[in-house]
Design a protein around this ligand. Structure first.
Ligand code: PHE
Length: 453
């Protein structure tokens, strides 16, 4: 069964949405680091209080109650939850690594972007893409936000799992909250001579696995070693990264793939991240498609310097747990992870990957909404989706753009969106969907300055 649409397979990174690579190409550059609109989409009235700390509001504050309500859920620590089961399987694979679970999702903008080398105009910083408490604090958009802080604790190999937050579109594989795991191994530079032997052993173990590794990547001007590194050392670190991740991927996907009588296929692709070089993305051949799993690379020396451990060097990866859990547990819709229905959660047990059995598929109900875009402010689809989510929560399955029209005479632009409503747990009545649709309509007119057609 194909679980992810071809579109999601090609746009995703380690987290079911464009990574910071493709994001840089796909997001408009017009809305960076400043409020992108005159109308406030979700204007909170009270300062945010998270884990007992108060965050005063300012023009950046853009977190709606629907997102705040997700903070205490902590899916990655619920023992029977697929996200937590997957975390534990990966932790047992890297059994000597320290496991870390940060308690608060709040990080500084400095930690999330600046200290990792994201340029000031990076699209990921836009208010349309990220959730800000205020100018200084935000909900982390990736677990890499904890790199410097964790290296500062002098840990050499660790796995850090956390909920991460990004504003996004609405469909079966995108959700504004998802989970990532950051994994890293660093060594004192004077101990890097252990690597050739470690690599030899890992390579011998991998040779025994029915695994085809396609790796046409090259180190060169587009994906260089760092000038601070002896190229021989950098090559050993890169090799150790590749062996370690190939072996993890075989642990996760190998059994089912070999079931079909075929060896597992893994593909390495050159990539770019501001905080690693050389950098890579890794994909696995799954149900007839390449599925993007993770981003990784050799840790930028700048990151280690900032943590006060400039005498060390090593690698890091970041992977999205939902994407992997969806294929391994056969979970067809990302909203299911948030279901509190006992028919969902009772199906899973710690340590085991079992196939989800759908308990029912309730009928969908769709409603279209056509409107003229505002003249005086920029329309951004993520803002529209935020209002839809705030009103309808998990009752909305997808929001699709079905028509985009520019009036030939006036030049005014209009869009028509189809909102597909469907509950995971029950049948929805047409009346209740009409109420939701009316509320969405009222709010988008009020808060986005659009005009219904
Ligand atoms: N943080 C990156 C992302 O979310 C993934 C990554 C982690 C890449 C660690 C390299 C090293 O897209």
């Amino acid at each position: 069964m194909v679980l992810l649409s071809p579109r999601t397979v090609f746009v995703g990174c380690s987290n079911l949405r464009p990574s910071y690579i493709s994001r840089a190409l796909s997001s408009p550059l017009t809305q960076l680091g400043r409020p992108s609109r005159t109308h406030s989409i979700i204007s909170p009235l009270q300062p945010y209080i998270i884990e007992g700390k108060t965050y005063p509001l300012d023009s950046f504050s853009n977190i709606p109650p629907s997102i705040l309500s997700k903070l205490p859920r902590s899916l990655h620590t619920q023992p029977n939850h697929p996200i937590s089961i997957l975390r534990q399987i990966i932790e047992s694979h890297f059994s000597t690594f320290n496991s870390i679970i940060p308690s608060s999702p709040v990080v500084t903008v400095h930690e999330n972007f600046d200290e990792l080398g994201f340029p000031p105009d990076h699209p990921g910083r836009a208010l349309t893409d990220s959730y800000y408490l205020n100018k200084e604090h935000m909900l982390r958009t990736h677990t890499s936000a904890h790199e410097v802080g964790t290296y500062r604790k002098d840990l050499n190999s660790w796995l850090l799992t956390a909920d991460v937050y990004r504003r996004d579109e609405i469909d079966s594989s995108h959700y504004p909250v998802f989970h990532q795991m950051e994994g890293t191994h660093i060594w004192s530079k004077d101990q890097l001579n252990v690597l050739p032997e470690l690599n030899r052993k890992l390579s011998m173990e991998l040779k025994k696995c029915p695994l085809i590794i396609e790796d046409p990547t090259k180190v060169g001007p587009n994906n260089p070693y760092q000038i601070e590194h002896d190229p021989v050392h950098a090559a050993e670190i890169t090799q150790h990264l590749k062996h370690s991740l190939n072996s993890l991927i075989f642990r996760l996907f190998g059994q089912s793939a070999t079931h079909e009588g075929e060896p597992l296929r893994v593909r390495w692709i050159e990539a770019f991240f501001p905080f690693t070089t050389p950098s890579y993305e890794v994909e696995v051949w799954w149900n007839g498609e390449w599925l993007e799993l993770l981003g990784c690379g050799v840790v930028m020396q700048r990151t280690l310097d900032q943590a006060g451990v400039g005498h060390k060097a090593g690698w890091a990866f970041g992977l999205g747990l939902e994407r992997i859990a969806m294929v391994l547990f056969d979970i067809p819709d990302i909203r299911l992870f948030w279901s509190t229905d006992p028919r969902f959660i009772s199906q899973f047990s710690p340590g085991q990957i079992t196939q989800f059995k759908p308990y029912s598929k309730y009928p969908p109900c769709y409603k279209d909404m056509s409107f003229w875009l505002p003249i005086s402010s920029v329309f951004h689809e993520n803002d529209f989706c935020e209002i839809v989510r705030d009103v309808a929560g998990d009752l909305v399955e997808t929001v699709e753009l079905i028509d985009d029209f520019t009036h030939p005479k006036t030049g005014r632009q209009s869009k028509c969106y189809r909102l597909n409503y469907r509950s995971m747990d029950r049948s929805l009545s047409n009346e209740e969907v009409n109420v939701l649709q009316d509320q969405v309509q009222r709010r988008v007119v009020q808060e986005m300055g659009i005009e219904m057609r």
